[in-house]
Structures are given as C-alpha cells and as structure tokens.
Design a protein around this ligand. Structure first.
Ligand code: NAD
Length: 499
C-alpha cells in the first residue's frame, strides 16, 4: 500500500504519529494509499525548518525569487499529465478538469513572476525640510495554508506561490482526501530552486490545523473549505493574533432574464451546474428563470441535457461530463439532500440517485439531478449540497430574482444571462456578491484579479489572490529620514563609480 508522509525541510519524511487516513479511488471505492496525520511534534519540526530557512530566503533578491516561480511554471507544464493523473485518481474529476485545476494554479505562479514590481514600496520626497519618507514591504516570516479537497492543485498554489515569492516560508496543510498532488508540487518547487524548508507540506486533520492556529511562529493563515470550519479557523487564529483570511462554502445563483440566449444559458448550466460533479465552490447550484414563460422554455431545453449527461471514471476517456463524488460520505450526503428536496415538496424532474456503472458498482457515482419549483425555505435551497444537483427557483420578476441572491447567506459567485445592457449593469452594481458573471457562468477571475466571495463565503483579511496577496503576505515598514544638510564639494565629496 502506498504511504504518504510529509514533506519537511526539502525531504519526504514518514509520519510518526501512528495515525493515518485512507485515500480512496472514488471510482472504485478502493483504498489506494494511506496518508499520515501529523501530530503537534511533526508540525513543530516543519515550523523549525521553515524558521531556519526563511531569513536567507527573505534576503534573496526578489528577482531571484521570481525566477524560481518562472522555473516552477516550466516544470508544471513538463509534468502536467502526471499531476492530472494523480489528481483524477484521488479526486475523481475528469482529466480535462484535473488539467484545468493545475493550469489555474500555474497562472498564479505566472502572476508571481511580477513580484519585483508588486513588492515595490512608496516614496515621498520632501515630506518636511530635508525629510523624505519611504515604505518597504517585508515578508511576515512563516505563513500557512489549510486547503480543501476539491482543487488540490490550484488552491495550494493560490496560497504558497505569493507567500513564498514575497520571501516567506510556508506550511501547507492540504486536504487528507487527495494529498498526492500537493506533495508533488512541493517536489517541483524544490526542483525549481526554492531552498529546503521554505515549502513544507504537513498532512493531517484537526490536530495539525489546531497546531498551526496556536503556533506563535506562524504569522498568517489562509483557509479554504466549508464555512463552519472557516469560522472556527478564523476565530481561533485571530484570537492568537494572526492575520487570517478564510474562504467558505457557496450557493451560486444564475439569473436567466426573459431576453437571454437560452441555448447559451443551458450550455452554461450544464457546465457550471454539473461539471466536476458540482464539487466546485463556483458551481451554479441555483437557476433563477425570470417569468413563467422563461422558466418553461428553460426546463424544456435543460431537462433532456441533464438526462443525457455522461458520467464515467477518468480512465474511460476525456469526453465525460463528470466522474464520481470524492467519498462515500459525500455520496450519502448528496443523496440525502435529494431525498430531502422531494419531502420538502420540490419537483424532482431528473433523478440521478440510482446511477450505477458496470464494473464500478462500489464507486461514488451519482447521476445529474434537477429540481423544479424549489422555494426559499427548503434545505436544498438554503444549504450547500456540493454535488451534481441543480435547483430551479422560479421568480416573477427581476427584483425578486435579485433579492433572492442578495438575501442568501452565501455570496461567492453569481451570474446573469441577458442581452439587456441596462439590466446587466444594474445587476453588477447592486449585487452583494464577490464575483459576478454577465453571460459567464463560472466567473472565476484570472490570477491578476482578486478572487473572493462575500458574506459567509469569504471573510477576514485581504484576499490571497491577485495583487492583494502581496499585501496579505507582507507587512509595511515606513521609514522617515532627515538628510544631512549642505552639499559638500571638493575632496569631501566623492561620487561612487561603476565597476
Ligand atoms: P472542509 O472544510 O471539510 O476541509 C477543509 C480543510 O479543513 C481541510 O484541510 C481539512 O483537513 C480541514 N478540516 C476539516 N475538518 C476540520 C476541523 N474540524 N477542524 C480543523 N480543520 C478541519 O472542506 P472540503 O470538504 O475539503 O472542501 C469543500 C468545501 O470547500 C465546500 O464548502 C466548498 O464550497 C469550499 N470551497 C470554497 C472555496 C472558495 O473559494 N470559497 C474554494 C474551494 C472550496
């Protein structure tokens, strides 16, 4: 059985806590590896390595640090297939989706190549007589990232790339469900030239997370996962004086106006509602057609598409719409929500609960499910399902549709499909949600923009994505200088020469 330990001080080390977790192949239900779950002592060893390595890394000039990211990008391209294969085998997503996961992280590494520019300070000449003021951005020291299962390549890279290029050391605590890719990323960073100890991967569960939140040498923590854990991480980390930023769960709405291109909207719902089995924080899980006629036309086009979704393991080829859910627990939870939706009175138009595949009967597969006539009070509307289940909530008018999305507790992403520029502009201006798509179903901003939800989907310090990351992972020092007055000349004044 494959054993996955930790990556500390530039080396793979075995787990010593005696605790481990199963890593499944979601397509077959078989255990394919055992991952170590770190004790506080193992975490402390990683932090000690990080602490020893960080000052020299911070003193390495930003251009050299940026060149490591440049090399890292090349290595990600070189190993793309290997990374995607490892990712699909533990997560269950299709190979094209797995490559997308790596590419979206790679784009963050590319953005980090601009670190020398992004880390420049500010300068005021003549703030007083003979006085100038300037500011510099200095790394925090050691930062940590706690990441979820659903993007095991992209989300770790969101965190460690900017943290490291800013001159910090980093402790990554990835999801215990799919730990192989984060370990491979750490190997590639080492190969790219990052010194040992600058990127450490500590596998584990709550014990490792609590250790991170309580350790005095960790200055900043970025968390991505479910909202309940995000809130816990935020309060414990802040109580210990750390900079903490958290991304949580989501319930993303797509409003379809009467003038929308319905074929485009249906294509978007198939990709955004069912892609990656709905296990995306930017998945569309609620469709809101405006007006009865729009709703009826939408359902007519959408229903056969959901009935004909292709579901298969990643090994069956690249044309599947999605693969299995990540774990048996996820499978039970998603089925439970579909049962609850029926009990609560929603109309289940497409029922994927009994989907099964010959040869993969023990895999965590579920077919696409589509509910119509969902209302605000139902659990399938209020809660995040994180599966291939789309709820249609019919709205009478635009204001009702807008209010629906605005009053939901989550605020990660939202989309509107319309041909009306006024409606689109009004929607983008008024909506209280962090990432907005106009005729774009999954409005994930590119690496040079801020990614981040609002409300219970994203809270805390500055986002660690885009230019804000360079502020999150550094602190500013402001220096006020009075210069000696009087210009000297003659022998007392010497101009340094080049060479
Ligand atoms: P999760 O909350 O179960 O786990 C996230 C991390 O927290 C993992 O590293 C896990 O080991 C750790 N953890 C789990 N239980 C813990 C506990 N009791 N105490 C301390 N740490 C604990 O989330 P998940 O199931 O891995 O990921 C799916 C969730 O992540 C969904 O809610 C999804 O919406 C969210 N997500 C959000 C974003 C975003 O940008 N907003 C992006 C991706 C995923």
């Amino acid at each position: 059985m494959k054993k996955i330990g930790h990556f500390i001080g530039g080396k793979h080390v075995e787990g010593t806590s005696g605790r481990e977790a199963d890593v499944f192949n979601p397509a077959t239900g078989e255990v394919q590896a055992k991952v170590a779950l770190a004790s506080a002592a193992e975490l402390n060893a990683a932090i000690a390595n990080a602490k020893a390595a960080q000052p020299a890394w911070a003193a390495t000039n930003p251009q050299k640090r940026a060149r490591v990211m440049m090399k890292f990008v090349d290595l990600l391209h070189r190993d793309m297939d290997k990374l995607a294969e490892a990712l699909s085998s533990e997560h269950g997503k299709t190979m094209p989706d797995a490559k997308g996961d790596v590419i979206r992280g790679l784009e963050v590494a590319e953005f980090c190549i601009g670190a020398p520019h992004l880390l420049k300070g500010e300068f005021t000449e003549g703030a007083g007589p003979g006085i100038d003021i300037h500011s510099v951005r200095q790394p925090l020291g050691i930062a940590a990232g706690i990441t979820p299962f659903n993007f095991p390549a992209m989300i770790p890279m969101w965190k460690f790339c900017p943290a490291i290029v800013c001159g910090n050391a980093f402790i990554l605590k990835p999801s215990e469900r799919d730990p192989s890719v984060p370990m491979m990323l750490a190997e590639l960073m080492l190969e790219a030239g990052v010194p040992p100890g600058i990127l450490n991967v500590v596998n584990g569960d709550k014990e490792a997370v609590d250790g991170i939140l309580d350790h005095e040498d960790i200055s900043a923590v970025g968390f991505v996962g479910s909202t309940a854990i995000a809130e816990y991480v935020y309060s414990r980390g802040c109580a210990n004086g750390k900079r903490v930023q958290c991304f949580g769960g989501a319930k993303n709405h797509m409003i379809i106006m009467p003038d929308a291109d319905l074929d485009q909207a249906v294509d978007a719902l198939i990709g955004a509602g069912y892609g990656a089995a709905g296990e995306r924080c930017m998945a569309i899980s609620v469709a809101v057609p405006v007006g009865e006629d729009t709703a009826n036309r939408l359902m007519e086009k959408l229903t056969p598409r959901v009935e004909n979704l292709k579901i298969a393991p990643y090994t069956a080829g690249d044309d599947a719409d999605f693969g299995p859910l990540v774990t048996k627990e996820a499978h039970t939870r998603v089925k439970g929500y579909v049962d609850a939706g029926i009990k609560e009175g929603a109309k289940l138009v497409v029922d994927g609960r009994d989907f099964s595949m010959q040869g993969y009967e023990n895999g965590y597969f579920i077919g696409g499910c589509l509910f119509d006539n969902v209302t605000k009070d139902m659990s399938i509307y209020k809660e995040e399902i994180f599966g291939p289940v789309l709820s249609v909530v019919r709205a009478k008018g635009y204001e009702e549709a807008l209010d629906l999305a605005m009053s939901h507790e989550y605020g990660n992403g939202v989309a509107m499909f319309t041909r009306d520029g006024d409606a689109a502009r009004d929607f983008a201006a008024r909506i209280n949600i962090g990432m907005v798509g106009i005729n774009v179903p999954i409005p994930v901003p590119l690496a040079y923009y801020t990614f981040g939800g609002w409300k219970r989907s994203g809270f805390g310090d500055l986002n660690q994505h885009g230019p804000d990351a360079f502020r999150f992972y550094t602190r500013t020092k402001t220096i006020t200088s009075r210069w000696p007055s009087g210009i000297k000349d003659g022998a007392e004044f010497s101009i340094p020469t080049m060479g």
